[in-house]
Design a binder for this molecule. Structure first.
Ligand code: PEP
Ligand code: MN
Length: 263
């Protein structure tokens, strides 16, 4: 079902009215984690003014240490919904447990499956039963075949609205958090008809790497970007080092729009 050979034209996924794929770019921005209503609202209003068309924010966080901030859970989800009401931006947030399938299906515009759950096959099968589009991030060390087959799981279970997200893979390099695999963009576009977006924030792990990698991703044919933006990165509860300040996000989007025009 994912195979380009049986579906030559690009698929366009509609996320609550925002088209992803074809000529439309998904510009997803927001904090790593939902911290408070005021925080998310301030960030959402500024990224929207800069041209973002979807809001991200983690309510359930997959953290390496059990002692790190785990997210606000359902309270965080309610904050996202309240900010959506204020701004009109569709919301993107990560689902980790099948326990919350119904509430996500009801409230979340684009359900994110994180790198660590890319091969949680039972969860993937259950996503096939939902009506909501799915953002499937590439696993920490997943091959293209493995990643694309995970999309196939969701589609084979009945949900064909899948967007892929490259977020960097583990390599021998430890200076950066991960290594952004720009080649995945043309490869995925060759193998599949699905939209592919890029998350340069989790790829590099450093805010000053985000702009150049975001531009390169669009130049390489990505259908959008997911970028972490925080109004006070030094005090962020998660991933402050890779978060852009709102004004930086704004200037970057201006240049990216120029690049997108010539692609
Ligand atoms: C995220 O986008 O919040 C996240 C945890 O990313 P990843 O699953 O790619 O590590
Ligand atoms: Mn993060």
């Amino acid at each position: 079902l994912v195979n380009r050979a049986f579906h030559p034209e690009d698929s366009i996924v509609n996320v609550s009215g925002v088209k992803v794929g074809g000529n439309s770019l998904a510009m997803i921005a927001g904090p790593c984690s939902v911290e408070s209503f005021e925080q998310v609202l301030e960030i959402a209003e500024s990224v929207k003014a800069s041209g973002a068309n979807m809001l991200r924010g983690g309510a359930f966080k997959p953290r390496t240490s059990p002692y790190s901030f785990q997210g606000l859970g359902l309270e965080g989800l309610d904050i996202l919904c309240a900010v959506k009401k204020e701004t009109g931006l569709p919301i993107v947030t990560e689902l980790m447990s099948p326990d919350y399938l119904d509430v996500f299906n009801e409230k979340v515009d684009l359900i994110q499956i994180g790198a660590r759950n890319m091969q949680n096959f039972d969860l993937l099968k259950q996503l096939g039963q939902l009506d909501r589009p799915i953002l499937l991030k590439r696993g920490l060390n997943a091959t293209y075949e493995e990643w694309v087959m995970s999309a196939e799981y969701i589609m084979a279970s009945g949900n064909e609205n899948v967007i892929l997200c490259e977020r960097g893979v583990r390599t021998f390099e430890s200076y950066t958090r991960n290594t952004l695999d720009l080649q995945s963009i043309p490869v995925v576009r060759k193998l599949t008809h699905l939209p592919i977006i890029v998350d340069p924030s989790h790829a590099g792990g450093k805010w000053w790497l985000v702009e150049s990698m975001a531009k390169a991703s669009i130049a390489a044919g990505a259908d959008g970007l997911m970028i972490e933006v925080h109004n006070n990165p030094e005090c962020a509860l998660c991933d402050g080092a890779q978060s852009l300040k709102p004004d930086k996000y704004g200037s970057m989007i201006q240049e990216i729009t120029q690049i997108a025009k010539v692609i």
